[in-house]
Design a protein around this ligand. Structure first.
Ligand SMILES: Nc1ncnc2c1ncn2[C@@H]1O[C@H](COP(=O)(O)OP(=O)(O)OP(=O)(O)O)[C@@H](O)[C@H]1O
Length: 345
């Protein structure tokens, strides 16, 4: 049971070129807005046709430009949960689910089972416009599972919902999808959502896919600037490796690394949480001017300028607990431990 995708598609100035494999797992497709995540899903679902390439699901060829195979969406056995759920607006919840059941003889029993399992019995006779966001999402998912798909495509499943509901539904979606045996492609630009729900991830950056990796490798040990950005890192500087240190011209800093940087490293990343107040003489300590203090709900962010930085150098973000008591300092000695310095290409 697996999905193999290797496709190219041009849309105006945008060029998509992605390849990845997923095996009976939730695989995350993670990337910034406009990087090509939805176009990839639409090509797999058969709503868009790639220019070249191949898509194979569980041994069945859905698309192959060389062999001129291009199955229509309804023959692909792919369930697609759209960002806005795309329910039939004139049908009730019951009818929306019933429309997806292929086996007519089992239709009534299937609908009853889905209404119960997805806790939709009380709203079964309402239309989509009369449902909450969460109920719409459950209806859409019930409809997808009623069609017995070989795989499920989730396009930003929580984008239509706000904070509290979002957290609840994420837990619920995990539970509802647990019995599903096939592959799930989970599109998101939210690092936390990916970390909580998927074991492996394919990063898409400006239309190009990067090799599939584990979420731990991406978030804890990112290797590229794009991956570090997606993992939430907020400080970047060009770097010149010299033995087991790196020189950062913009901030005029030399920082020690945990090990000599491998070839190809030309940038470092520093997470805002991993900059910390330092004592004099501490490894990698450097003085900074505090340029701005931003009070947030759960933390305080300081924007810092290293004292020897070039005029146009980017400011450093440092995140502290709200009660740290450092928010009124003009100058601060800070440090990043060598093992927390992200060495990037
Ligand atoms: N039908 C189209 N014609 C021309 N360009 C398109 C078309 N559909 C998408 N694009 C372009 O393709 C690129 C990728 O779009 P896509 O919707 O896949 O992004 P995304 O990664 O899903 O972004 P988001 O996270 O914002 O949903 C964008 O630059 C978009 O403008």
């Amino acid at each position: 049971m697996s999905l193999c995708v290797e496709i190219q598609k041009r849309l105006g100035n945008f060029q998509l070129d992605v390849q990845f494999e997923a095996h009976q797992e939730p695989l995350a497709l993670l990337g910034a807005s406009g990087c090509g995540k939805s176009v990839t899903l639409r090509c797999i679902a058969g709503i868009l046709t790639p220019d070249t390439g191949k898509i194979v699901l569980d041994g069945a060829v859905l698309y192959d430009s060389t062999a001129h195979i291009n199955l229509p969406p309804q023959r692909r056995n792919v369930g697609y949960l759209f960002q806005q759920y795309a329910l039939f607006p004139n049908m009730t919840v019951r009818q929306n689910i019933a429309a997806a059941v292929r086996n007519r003889g089992r239709r009534a029993a299937e609908v009853t089972e889905k209404l119960r399992r997805f806790r939709l019995e009380e709203v079964a006779d309402r239309r989509p416009a009369q449902l909450s966001g969460g109920q719409q999402q459950r209806t859409a998912l019930a409809r997808i599972l009623a069609s017995e798909p070989g795989m499920i495509l989730l396009d930003e499943p929580f984008s239509a919902l706000d904070g509290y509901l979002r957290q609840q539904l994420e837990l619920e979606l995990q539970e509802l999808l647990e019995p599903f045996q096939g592959t799930i492609l989970w599109v998101s630009h939210d690092q936390g959502e990916v970390f909580r729900n998927c074991r492996r991830v394919c990063v898409i950056s400006q239309g190009r896919s990067q090799p599939v990796q584990t979420v731990e490798d991406l978030f804890l040990r990112p290797e590229t600037v794009a991956a570090a950005q997606l993992s939430g890192c907020g400080n970047f500087a060009m770097a010149v490796p010299q033995g087991d240190v790196v020189f950062l011209p913009a901030w005029n800093l030399t920082l020690r690394c945990a090990a000599p940087p491998p070839p190809g490293i030309d940038c470092v990343g520093i997470r805002a949480r991993q900059l910390h107040p330092a004592v004099s003489g501490e490894v990698n300590a450097f003085p900074c001017a505090v340029v701005r203090v931003i009070q947030d709900l759960s933390c305080t962010t300081l924007l810092l300028r290293p004292l020897d930085a070039m005029a146009e150098a980017p400011l450093l973000r440092m995140e502290l607990d709200r009660e740290s008591g450092l928010a009124d300092q003009r100058e601060l000695l800070v440090s990043v431990s060598p093992e927390h310095l992200l060495l990037l290409r």
